[in-house]
Structure formats: structure tokens, C-alpha cells
Design a binder for this molecule. Sequence first.
Ligand code: ADP
Length: 592
Amino acid sequence: MEQTLSHYFGYTRFRPGQKEIITNVLNQHHTLGVLPTGGGKSICYQVPGLMLGGTTLVISPLISLMKDQVDQLQTMGISAAYLNSSLTMKAQKEIETQLVNGELQFIYVAPERLENEMFLRLLRHVNLKLVAFDEAHCISKWGHDFRPSYQAVIHRVLAMPQQFAIVALTATATTEVQQDIMTSLGIHVSHLIKTSIKRSNLIFKVNNTYQRQKFVLNYVKEHQNVSGIIYCSTRKQVEAVYEALEDANIPATYYHAGLSAKQRDEAQHEFLYDRKRIVVATNAFGMGIDKSNVRYVIHYNMPGDLESYYQEAGRAGRDGLNSECILLFSDRDITLHQYFISSSTADDDYKEKMGEKLTKMIQYTKTNKCLEATLVHYFEPNEKLAECQKCSNCEAQNKTYDMTKEAKMIISCVIRLGQKEGYQTVIQVLRGEESDYLKHQNYEGLSTYGIMKSYTTGELHHLIDELRFKGYLNEYDEILMCDRSVEQLLNEDVQILTTPFKTKSKERVNINTVEGVDRHLFNALSEVRQKMSDQLDVPPINIFSDYTLEEFAKRKPTTKQEMIQIEGVGSYKLKHYCPQFLEAIQNYKTHV
Ligand code: ADP
């Protein structure tokens, strides 16, 4: 088992749960594996598939996933193909012939294909050893992405005459969904193998900013050379955010179901091949996107339930390196989801369930508790967790800043300005800036003019945002006005706390988890990988993951023997890809 893992994949150790799942499958037990995103579910059918010989049938609900997986297997010298409607009839026929002739170790199909009688007949002549149900939560009505066609094909698969094991895999499954999958596929509860859904390399943040667009622009500017996904809830919003990035000259691409299949493929391709570092998308993007080096996922809007959130956010950091998952939200998101539920045509039971899920999602945005612990608790109520000490709530608890003095100054200024100015003027007055408008309005003579000179515009923005969030200020038609509660603040002993905003803009994700990585060499090796990716037309991370490149840049191997020791280098890759990397490392060493 270990030998197959290292020969093909170049990995030395199994991740938690993998070995148990594989052993179970090799013993011919139908198995449900629940591993977190990035936990390595593919290996759970790929390794036993290779070991059992014959053909493994992988049923997967998304076309994009199949292509990525097949490309990856092929870069390891494994014979694999997928069958779906994106292929020409001729290409489909060729693959069917290969399949019947036993030339394919892996065949990927969408569930709908199994509704086709011809295909089923053909499948009966295939030496099937293993059937994998990927993204198995789509089978369950209680999952967040129920696909009726997936449920419908199960009995057809179970009725196939060959002797084969079944493995179902999913990342986010509540106990109820797990039960549903096991009942549907005839999996005994003793063959449920799950590991903690916790992913320690993810840093969760919730931000109730009123200026989402601005937040995003600042954030992506600070994270220029890494890949990220920005999820929005509507197509319109996707386009608006994309345009804002474009206006700011930040290269990005966008993706939603309203685009043609060709446009969507292109967007995905540009992202996967590192030609565009940012993709702005609706939740139509990403299921099955195997891009392991996504360093951040920003949700521009709050999703309707924690399963969707965790799954989408979990597309960050699949390579195990530190990554951020940031949720921006406003109360308007809540109203929208409530509307979706109430106007849905589903039965009352279902609506009630969705309502409960929405409540949990809202709680996540409002809680003061550790975000990681809150998420894990939702999926695994019995798992005891220590606070993560790195999410935005843990950080806020550790460090608070008393902004009462600043709050009073800002509110006095808003009052002196007659409650008829917006952010920009209020900030300019507080900072004592000079402008024709301020002069013309006689604002320079106000007692609050220049009382917060030492604060930056960004810091004042943050403080005003906080006062809005806490309900002291309201904004109507871009005009800041005081709420009645300010009287209390001005006259009584009230304390207002915020996060230490003065350090805020400097907070960054530390993405260099491999210590001692030579960044110059890493960049040089990334270029080699990018060139190779262009030549071979495969995504850069299929050649080597960022983790493997970091290891190269740390250990600087100069021989094949040294290189094979590194995680992610298997025999096939050693022979076909490593020479160019060895050369680059040698060059680098002689020139530095
Ligand atoms: P998911 O569970 O999200 O489907 P994948 O199967 O795509 O995860 O695996 C995520 C990443 O982790 C991939 O790049 C994969 O090659 C890598 N991986 C999987 N298993 C191991 C392992 N045992 N050791 C090192 N890397 C692994």
C-alpha cells in the first residue's frame, strides 16, 4: 500500500483516515470515508484502484472535476479517461472501446451517464473492481447540494453483476447526511471512517465591514502573488466586484452559471494554470476544483448554511499551507436567504430544516467564540476543542482597544457638521485636511477640525465603521447621522472596545509554513514550473504542488536520489519532470 503511494504519488505517509479507508476497501467492504477538504479523498479510491487492478469507476457530479483528476492521473503515467457530453461522439466511442478492452485503470463519469442503458450494458463487460462515489453528500436530500440524478442511479450500480467494492467519499457531512448515504449505498455503520473535520492550516475571519469592495481591493493588493477565490451570492455582484478589480488594474477572472460553457472553461483554465491569480465567482465555481494552492477564500456575502460555507471556504489551503477564509457579511444577506427559503417550493419539513441551518450560519457571524471551534462543533458536536488562537475572534479576545475617546471625538464632529456630511468630509475635518470645500463651508473654524490629526484615513474609516456596527452612527444616502444612543455615550460612563486597528493593515497571512525556504529559488522554480505547464498544457500544481516546490527551495537537492526523498516526487515525475528542476537548482547554487 505504501509502495503504491510512493511509487505513483511520491508521498511517504498516508494522511489520517486514508489507510483505514483503503484497507477497508481492499477487504471488499463498502465504505464511507468522511475526510475534510484537502484531506486527500482521491487517494482513497486511487490507491486501492491501482492495487485491485481492473477498472475503477468514479462517479462524480461535476465535469470540471473529472478533467482535472484525469489530467492528474495521466501526469503520473496512469491510464485514465472521462466520459461526458463535453466530448465529441467520436472521442466518446474511442474511450468506450478502451474501456471494454480493459485499457483504462480509471473511468470518470457523471451520474447521468448511468441512466443511459447502452452505457450500462457496456459497463457489464468491464472488469470493474471498485466503484467510487465522489462528493457523496450530493446523494442525500439533507446535503446542501442534493442531486436527484445521483440518488437515482444507485440501484443501477448496485445491480451490476460484477463483484466490486464501493467507496463513498465526502468532506462535509452532518450525521444525518452520513446516515442517509450509508442507507442508500448499503454501507454498514462499522465501515464509516471519518477523521476530524478540523483543518489547522485555515485561519477563519469574520468581518462585518460596510465597505466590502474596499476591503477586497485592499486585501488582494496585499496578496498579489498568491491565488484566491472571491465568492459572491449573485451574478450581478460577481461582475461588479470583477469590474472594480479591473478598474484597479488587478488581473482577475470571473465565473458564474450565466456564462457560456466555453467562457466558464476559460475562466477555470486561467485560474488553474496560474494565469490569473484571482477568480470572482458564484458558488457555481469550485466544486471539484483541485487547485491546491489557493491561499485565501473571501466570501463577499454570507452563504445560507455552514455546510456550504465550510466547503467553499475549505477550497483554500488544500496543500496544507496556511491560508485565510474571510467572511464579509451584512444583515441584508440574512434577509435575502430568508426570502429564498420562504419563496421556495419545497415542502415544509425541508423549509424548516433550511431555516435551522440559516440560524446556525447567522450565529457563526455573530459569535464571539472561536470560529474554528464553532465550525467543528457544528459538524461534530461531541468533539472538544481548544480555542484556535488565530481566528479573528480569538485575536479580538486577546487584544482589544478602548476607542471611547475616539468615539466621542468622531461623534462630536458629526454633530458639529450638522449631520449632513459623509465619510470623506468627516474624515477630512477630523484630520484637519485642506480643501476648497472645507474652506468654502467654513469647516476649518470648527472646534473638531484637526482633532484627530495623528490618525490615518484608513484608521478613521475603521473607527467610523465600528460606530456604525455598534449602532451609534447610521448612514443614509451616504450621509452620517447620529443615533439617539449617542446621548448615552456622550453623557454617561460607556466604554467602547474595538480590535487594535492601528496594526490592522499590517496583519498578513504567513504563508511560508516551510521554514528556511529560499524565496528567490522558490520563484525561480515556479517559473520553471510555469514554463513546463505551458509546454505540456497541464496545470502547474499537477507538475509539483507549492509544498513540494517549497521543499525543493529549502533542501536544494542536486541529485535524483535526493529529490525522490521529497514529498510529492514519485517515479514518473522523477523521470519526466525533475531534470529541469535539478538543472535550475544547480544553476542557482553556482550563481549565488
Ligand atoms: P480532497 O479530500 O479535498 O478531495 P484531494 O484528494 O484533492 O483532497 O487531495 C488534496 C491534496 O493533498 C492533493 O494535492 C493531494 O495530492 C494531496 N495528498 C493527498 N494525500 C496525501 C498524502 N498522503 N501525502 C501528501 N499529500 C497528499
